[in-house]
Design a protein around this ligand. Structure first.
Ligand code: HEM
Ligand code: HEM
Length: 483
């Protein structure tokens, strides 16, 4: 597709000049505006959410920074997490899905109005939830479940509207098969709607049931919402950008069903050694090991698709983001399986290691797949390309920043766990973390800087300027590899 037709060998794949996009989608302007609105929303919340994360990382160095209640760690931590979950990652994935589903079904989106209403609901939910959290109004101490039920209800209503729209689009498809991306995307929407209901119905909101549901909710949030959505997007963008079919459709189907089988049972691994039933914990641990099946099947499928395409890879500016996403999906999941084992959970639980794992996966996998999809899609919709240097700057700032962030917390978290196990005074483990918290703040600064570059790049590709632009080959649309 967008790959320069050169046969010169690539000596330095990391510094090789990237190809310009030579295709332009001749698509309904309404869809372009809709997709861009979702992605712009996502970028704005990314900046706000990670500014808060950056501030929190500074509080580990200067704990007295910001003494007002609204600036306290207890209020701002859930603000950071909920903004990046519901404000950044969710609309980012949904914006791309609104393109992928009709495209792979070779039909028009069933409705443009419903997704616009859904976007308004998502924004209303994140604004209201953030204001409430800043004022100290929460649903309780369950992580990612801090938004009160009316606020989460707005978000869930948005997902219902999007599920209806995408389901109806698939029902009208002009293809025989339902492309694998659509399995993942629609399933993620249905699972998450069910999850929101289970997590917020009143009779599970106290005592042991609340803890069990909390574990279920936390891991279904990441495992049945962010993970399948991003896998669905990778199943579209990877073959599309490589201009070849996915290695194996069957492996994709195997990964899909085993994801459903194993992921729904692993929430209990968040409460290993807690007063929840021992059997529940054991089942969660066994199924966490079972997760190797979908993870290896999915990653293997992606890597076998990539095999032999080094040249295409080196010349693309969006594929490296998706490659990082795929590799860290694998590495982060392997790390998660290890964390679930009792012997290692004893070492790492309650330490910063888990925060490292959360960023390794949510940032290294989810955010990178979104960014790869944005750079693959938006220039082809708007006909405008950001500077390749600026995309490279985004890539390297975020890769290096994340490496420093996760490296510091993984080493520090392990040392801290060992310190606790040795019976040393608690304050020793706080002192030993000082250097690693500084490392996290340095990595976080680089990551935050990369987000400003990303927002600038997205602004450069805004579709408002479409009419002013001439593109090289507007009619050439290659769809051979998908659907
Ligand atoms: C095989 C797959 C995975 C397994 C077995 C796994 C396992 C775990 C375990 C055991 C914990 C809890 C650690 C503790 O508190 O002691 C955890 C936390 C977490 N995981 Fe994973 N993980 C996997 C994949 C993922 C993926 C793909 C994501 C993101 C898309 C993710 C996001 C998170 C987050 C955000 C937390 C922190 C939860 C909190 O706030 O306490 N994990 N994981
Ligand atoms: C500039 C980038 C970022 C910085 C500096 C940052 C910083 C932080 C800090 C300081 C915490 C609190 C850790 C603690 O309680 O000890 C945190 C938690 C968290 N952040 Fe971030 N963050 C950033 C980006 C992101 C992004 C983009 C995501 C998701 C897409 C994310 C997801 C999370 C999650 C899930 C937690 C909870 C972790 C857990 O409980 O284990 N962060 N972050």
């Amino acid at each position: 597709m967008a790959i320069a037709a050169t046969t010169a060998p690539i000596a330095r794949p990391l510094t090789v000049a990237k190809s310009r996009v030579d295709e332009r989608y001749d698509t309904d302007a309404r869809l372009t505006r809709l997709v861009y609105a979702y992605l712009a929303t996502s970028a704005v919340w990314l900046l706000l959410g990670t500014l808060v994360g950056f501030y929190l990382s500074l509080k580990f160095i200067w704990p007295d920074l910001g003494v007002a209640p609204g600036l306290s760690f207890g209020r701002l931590r859930p603000v950071h997490v909920n903004i990046v979950f519901w404000g950044f990652a969710s609309p980012g994935m949904l914006g791309l899905a609104l393109w992928v589903v009709p495209r792979t079904c070779r039909t028009a989106l069933a409705s443009h109005r419903l997704p616009w209403i859904a976007l308004a609901l998502i924004n209303a939910s994140v604004v209201a939830g953030t204001v409430q959290l800043l004022l100290g109004i929460t649903n309780g101490a369950g992580e990612f479940r801090e938004f009160t039920w009316p606020v989460m209800g707005l978000f869930a209503a948005a997902l219902v509207l999007l599920a209806v729209t995408l389901y109806r689009t698939i029902a009208r498809r002009a293809t025989h098969e339902i492309y694998i991306s659509n399995w993942y995307i629609v399933a993620a929407l249905l699972w998450t709607i069910a999850l929101a209901v289970i997590a917020y119905v009143p009779w599970f909101q106290s005592g042991l049931a609340d803890t069990v549901v909390q574990g279920y909710y936390m891991h279904q949030g990441v495992g049945m919402w962010f993970t399948p959505m991003c896998l669905g997007l990778a199943y579209y963008f990877l073959p599309k950008l490589l201009n070849k079919p996915i290695y194996s459709y069957s492996l994709g189907v195997l990964a899909f069903w085993t994801q459903l089988l194993f992921y729904t049972m692993i929430g209990g691994h968040h409460f290993v050694f807690s007063p929840t039933p021992w059997l529940l914990q054991t089942v969660a641990i066994v199924f966490s090991v079972g997760m190797l099946v979908p993870v290896v099947a999915g990653t293997g499928n992606f890597l076998l698709t990539i095999r032999g395409s080094t040249r295409t890879f080196a010349r693309s500016y969006s594929l490296p983001f998706i490659l990082v996403g795929v590799l860290l999906y694998f590495a982060g999941s392997m790390q998660g399986t290890l964390e679930a084992l009792r012997s290692l959970n004893e070492l790492w639980h309650f330490t910063d290691f888990t925060v490292g794992h959360a960023h390794f996966t949510m940032y290294g996998f989810v955010a990178f797949v979104i960014w790869g999809g944005v750079y693959a899609l938006v220039p082809r919709l708007s006909g405008r390309e950001p500077s390749h240097g600026a995309i490279g700057l985004h890539f390297w700032l975020s890769v290096v920043g994340l490496t420093v962030y996760v490296g510091a917390l993984s080493i520090g978290g392990t040392l801290r766990g060992l310190s606790w196990m040795s019976g040393a005074p608690f304050i020793d483990s706080v002192r030993l973390m000082a250097l690693f918290w500084l490392g996290r703040a340095v990595g976080g600064t680089l990551m935050l800087a990369s987000h400003f570059v990303f927002a600038w790049n997205l602004w450069q590709t805004r579709p408002m300027a479409v009419r002013k632009v001439r593109v090289a080959a507007p009619q050439r649309v290659v769809e051979a590899s998908v659907a």
